[in-house]
Design a protein around this ligand. Structure first.
Ligand SMILES: *Cc1c(COP(=O)(O)O)cnc(C)c1O
Length: 319
């Protein structure tokens, strides 16, 4: 699917509109452990939503691109690392919405470009490297002003895509059917997706977030997001910080083994940066009796499968 995306005419067929009208795809995961505990695990496959703009990034970009067009912009600018799902999704989503895109990439642009950046460039994204020290200033008004002098006016999408319009989008991830599940799980990066889920889940539900970054700071980060976007969750929630496997984009052999097993046994493809860590954490919590018997759990597959190619290339591992 990913390798052949160029065969889709992204500009003439508006996949954004088509994707929103598509019924959601669910996959039930069968496992003796779940049967034993009478626990139901269903994966909501957001990775299958759109031919390339996968998962939560689709929801995060949707209203941003709509706003960019309504405000009369002809280009968007955003930031990300060299393997970023957000850069990849923005390049393709902007192109399919008839917008130009500029990607400010942390660090150097190393030739030949990796698969993520090659795709982005093929969709017309102009890639510009930023030194790591400059990158740290990416939210400062002076840097943004310099970028405006250099590139002309643009619609700014922050790193990772989390802003008010992104959360407006991620609020729409859960549909009526999903609101009948006891638990909903998702991986957490910047928290924009989790914030949207928190805004939409019902009082009888509990959201379980799995932070993919090392550290406890994510709790205050989520609190800040809730405050900033005036979200007062009706549901309860828990954020687990023990499944980062060393930190962002870091991995351990047991994570790789787990991802391979789920692909083989359940035909469920997972990425090592986000969804693999969430599913590992979910299995571990079920094993540790975190969930009451009879629980119905919905795991949100947030996509990110494009990143597998770069991961494999970099580490010589096959997933
Ligand atoms: C970006 C991303 C996330 C994290 O989303 P946030 O809104 O930043 O928390 C999770 N999963 C995948 C696959 C992603 O690409």
């Amino acid at each position: 699917m990913i390798k052949n995306y160029k065969s889709f005419d992204l500009k003439s067929l508006n996949y954004f509109i088509l994707a929103l009208k598509k019924p959601a795809i669910y996959q039930k995961i069968l496992c003796p452990l779940f049967t034993e505990r009478q626990i139901e695990v269903t994966v909501k496959r957001l990775d299958l939503l759109h031919p390339v703009v996968q998962g939560n990034k689709f929801y995060k970009l949707h209203y941003n691109l709509q706003a960019a067009k309504e405000l009369g912009h002809d280009k968007v600018l955003t930031f990300g690392g060299a393997y970023s799902n957000h850069i990849h999704a923005t390049a393709i989503a902007a192109a399919s919405n008839g917008l130009n895109s500029i990607g400010m990439i942390r660090g150097e642009l190393i030739a030949p470009l990796n698969p993520t950046l090659t795709d982005a460039q093929n969709q017309g994204m102009a890639l510009h490297p930023m030194s790591r020290s400059e990158y740290r200033e990416k939210d400062s008004p002076t840097l943004l002003e310099r970028l405006r002098l250099r590139f002309g006016n643009f619609f700014l999408i922050p790193e990772g895509g989390t802003n008010a319009l992104a959360i407006k989008g991620t609020k729409e991830i859960l549909n009526d059917q999903d609101l009948s599940m006891d638990f909903v799980t998702a991986p957490i990066g910047t928290g924009g997706t989790f914030a949207g889920l928190l805004a939409s889940a019902l009082p009888n539900q509990k959201l379980i977030g799995f932070s993919v970054l090392k550290g406890q700071f994510i709790n205050s980060e989520i609190d800040d997001l809730l405050q900033k976007h005036k979200i007062d969750p009706k549901c309860t929630y828990d954020i687990h910080t023990a499944y980062h496997f060393g930190g962002y984009a870091k991995h351990k052999p047991e994570l790789i083994q787990f991802i391979k097993e789920l692909k083989q046994n359940s035909n469920l493809p997972l990425d090592p940066v986000y969804t693999g860590k969430m599913m590992f954490g979910l299995f571990d919590l079920i094993e540790k009796d975190y969930f009451p018997n009879g629980s119905k759990i919905l795991a949100i597959h947030t996509g990110g499968l494009q990143g597998i190619r770069g991961f494999e290339q970099r580490l010589g591992i096959e997933l």
